[in-house]
Design a binder for this molecule. Structure first.
Ligand code: ATP
Ligand code: MG
Length: 539
């Protein structure tokens, strides 16, 4: 049991809570990333579903400057894709009236006041971890005056940033968050849902507990950086007189090595054109992972495997990759695709020779049986499956050497031709009779097996291989200094024709190359490598 489950089970058994209600509260200022998936899985599968409760999707749209409807739509799509079922889609901005009422209540109780400090003064007067803050001269402004000024703020009579409403708590508190934090500010900005209705907007620390309280959220689960804000959360709930009060619990956020986990920074990658868009298959966004070929089940499995803890740590991308690899090993049909083709002619077969060979569709799903693949005297093999001067223990093809063509015959290389560029451009070989796969009676033993494509019937496809967005150098602090400018490789491959007719999101194992998915946007037959077959990007 993780610590959240322990808390919930205790709350249920001691009757403090009757029905669990959790929420996922994204700010619609970007697309969701895999860190958000951890939060969704915890709030939905790990709590609401597990304890027979309910789950809300609530947009924390209290800052009109950065929020957009495109993001709202993408978030709804991504949460649904992960499989979470919300009770309601809610918007924090729908509670602006309730928040305004709460603010008035605090002023009336002498627990909030209007201040005219600038951001600069505010910073200076806040104090430090070792020094107390300084009380503002406005702190003891009469209640009636604060009420009047707050109404002026609301009515548009104050310019942006001109006045603020501050909670009156304790400028000497050891917790800086409690030193009379700003709870409302003036912002003449159009809101994506409210339009021009408001020109004052609540701050996160004031708005969030009210959102939770209005919805009667029982367990408000957020990431560890909000731990120091919890006293303020409790203060707001108490003094705004919400009953029952919601409670905040903090867990460790997900961080993955060599991955950027911040909407703000991911937006920068989009805005600067470093990636194609939010759904670029290199992005750790859910849209990117989806386009990359990850399944919802593999991401849920990942969230399950990483668990829920109270201490921050970084996990390896390998863990995420192993989740999709394990799934696709069972489900993905096998095909042979040559990613960097070189032609091979079989000299002891005529030009009109052609055979249909049986090819097993998926060894982990024998019930799928086999399909026919065409084999003729002209093939493509991988350029790097042939070397002129083989090193010791080289088991693939070289002049005079033999190798098995997967599912077909053992061949021996009888020669090769060089092109003008100094590269081999044609390989000559012969079939060794009696070595047909499945009916081999030659007694011949070869160590290597390579894949191939039939040159006469194959089609062209594009393969995109990906690497991390960030270089491994962690000594450099800023992401901008760590961007990997070599994170995509595009290859023109040869494959069976049906791969040009597969629907978007169809996944395959390209034998020896990795798991691939048909891209969902590109016009032609473009396949993205989801993950290599072994535990490393380069395979
Ligand atoms: P970002 O910095 O990427 O914008 P955020 O925390 O500002 O993240 P929100 O939209 O406020 O983004 O996040 C919605 C919910 O997702 C919050 O409850 C937040 O705690 C949670 N969350 C965000 N990032 C992570 C993460 N890396 N791991 C786990 N939960 C996360
Ligand atoms: Mg945020």
């Amino acid at each position: 049991m993780n610590f959240i489950e322990e808390i919930i089970e205790e709350d249920l058994s001691e009757g403090r809570v009757r029905e669990i209600l959790t929420r996922f509260p994204p700010e619609p200022n970007g697309y969701l990333h895999i860190g958000h998936a951890k939060s969704i899985c915890l709030n939905y599968y790990g709590t609401a579903v597990k304890y027979g409760g309910k789950f809300n999707l609530r947009f924390d749209d209290t800052n009109p400057c950065k929020e957009e409807d495109e993001y709202v739509q993408s978030i709804i799509e991504d949460v649904a894709w992960l499989g979470a079922k919300w009770e309601d889609i809610l918007y924090a901005s729908d509670y602006f009236d309730a928040m305004y009422e709460c603010a008035v209540k605090l002023i009336t109780k002498g627990l909030a006041y209007i201040d005219d400090v600038t951001a600069e003064q505010m910073k200076q007067m806040r104090g430090t971890l070792t020094e107390k803050g300084t009380e503002s001269p406005c702190r003891n402004r009469p209640i009636s005056e604060s009420l009047r000024l707050f109404e002026d703020m609301k009515n548009g009579l104050v310019e942006s940033g001109g006045l603020v409403l501050r909670a009156k708590i304790d400028m000497a508190s050891p917790n800086i968050n409690m030193r009379d934090p700003i709870i409302y500010r003036v912002l003449h900005e159009k809101h994506h849902r409210q339009g021009d209705k408001w020109c004052i907007y609540p701050m996160y620390d004031f708005a969030h507990p009210i959102e939770d309280a209005v919805e009667k959220i029982t367990h408000s689960i957020c990431t560890l950086e909000f731990e120091d804000h919890r006293p303020l959360y409790d203060w707001v709930v108490e003094h705004c007189e919400f009953d029952p009060p919601p409670h905040q619990y903090e867990f460790a956020r997900l961080a993955i090595k060599r991955t950027i986990m911040s909407k703000r920074y991911l937006k920068k990658l989009v805005d600067t054109g470093f990636v194609e868009g939010w759904d670029d298959p290199r992005m750790p966004t859910l849209a990117g992972l989806r386009r990359r070929g990850y399944t919802p089940a593999s991401i849920r499995e990942f969230c399950e495997r990483i668990g829920v803890a109270k201490a921050n740590s970084e996990v390896d991308t390998a863990l995420l990759e192993s989740c999709i690899r394990d799934e696709l090993n069972l489900t993905a049909d096998r095909v042979m695709v040559v990613s960097d083709p070189i032609e091979l002619i079989i000299e002891n077969r005529a030009e009109d020779f052609a055979e249909e060979l049986d090819f097993e569709i998926n060894p982990n799903q024998p019930e799928k049986g086999s399909r026919k693949i065409r084999f003729s005297n002209r093939l493509f093999i991988e350029r790097d499956d042939f070397v002129v001067d083989p090193p010791p223990k080289y088991f693939r093809l070289s002049p005079g050497g033999a190798v098995r063509l997967k599912n077909a015959y053992v061949i021996r290389c009888t020669g090769y031709e060089m092109g003008d560029n100094g590269q081999v451009n044609l390989i000559r070989a012969e079939i060794i009779e009696g070595t047909k796969s499945g009916s081999d009676n030659s007694g011949m033993k070869v160590k290597g097996t390579i894949h191939w494509a039939d040159a006469k019937t194959c089609a062209d496809i594009t393969l995109r291989l990906y690497d991390y967005l960030l270089t491994a150098d962690e000594s450099k602090g800023d992401f901008a200094d760590r961007l990997n400018y070599d994170s995509i490789r595009v290859l023109n491959g040869k494959a069976e024709v049906f791969l040009t007719e597969s629907p978007p999101f169809e996944r395959y194992q390209f034998m020896r190359l990795g798991y691939f998915v048909r891209d969902c946007k590109e016009e032609g037959a473009v396949y993205n490598r989801i993950v290599s077959l072994k535990d490393s990007y380069k395979g």
